[in-house]
Write a protein that binds this ligand. Sequence first.
Ligand code: GDP
Length: 295
Amino acid sequence: MVFENLSNKLQEVFKKLKGKGRLTEEDVNLALREVRIALLEADVNFQVVKDFIAKVKEKAVGHEVLESLTPGQQVIKIVHEELINLMGKTNAKLNDAGSPPTIIMLVGLQGAGKTTTAAKLAYLLKKQGKKPLLVAADVYRPAAIKQLQVLGDTIDVPVFTMGEQSPVDIAKASINFAKSNLKNYVIIDTAGRLHINEELMDELKKIKDVVHPHEILLVVDAMTGQDAVNVAKSFNDELGLTGVILTKLDGDTKGGAALSVKAVTGCPIKFAGMGEKIENLEPFYPDRMASRILG
Ligand code: GDP
């Protein structure tokens, strides 16, 4: 399970803290050193860990905490709050178009889970009473169009395709189609590559310029840890992301990406992929994730 190791380690540290009754500044420093190691082992970005520990320390070594009746609990509470802050405080909702349709571009590397996530997101929106349209603009991976059509069929959401024509033209035409068919959400599945390259970014920029999306969401595989964060940084620099969808948080990923992405890129995690099934996409709640980590 995600965060299992981190969670176990932190619980151990906190058990010691709670068991002490009174705490000295040195006790707190010692505990935070162990928290630091646990976070680094969970693959959290080095700088993120450094800033995190500094913030917790600043709040935790004051008189109010150390002289309180339950100093251990207070320190744990501070760690909990800072974990929530690290992941973006609250659930970041989808941007909404003033006048429909709301246009969502999904971008990411091949294999991250883009096509599956497009369908999952459509399903989620449909359940909320919205009328989504899926757009097959990943024309380079031969199976992607078919894959999206099959997924669209399963959830009874229309899929706009124009075969292997220019993704920019497809994206543009899909918006007109959505308007004339009263679809209020357009989810564009764009092409991915194995690595970030100029060609990929240029095409995504062109689509962006033509459709003016309200959301550019990066779909990124949480299992890739630090790489996920670097990928997010590159896409954000090039395209200006509005958010991130972390996939494969159901696997036994260490979870470092979930704890680092927001701090490194400034982009909130809006959704989390929690499995292969169509219903396994959830809005991302920093507070729930923090509680899960702290057990
Ligand atoms: P794309 O190349 O980015 O479009 O990736 P796909 O949508 O084809 O997904 C690649 C693989 O990842 C597929 O086998 C998906 O079932 C799997 N996948 C996607 N999201 C998740 C997730 O949240 N959890 C798990 N366990 N697998 C996922």
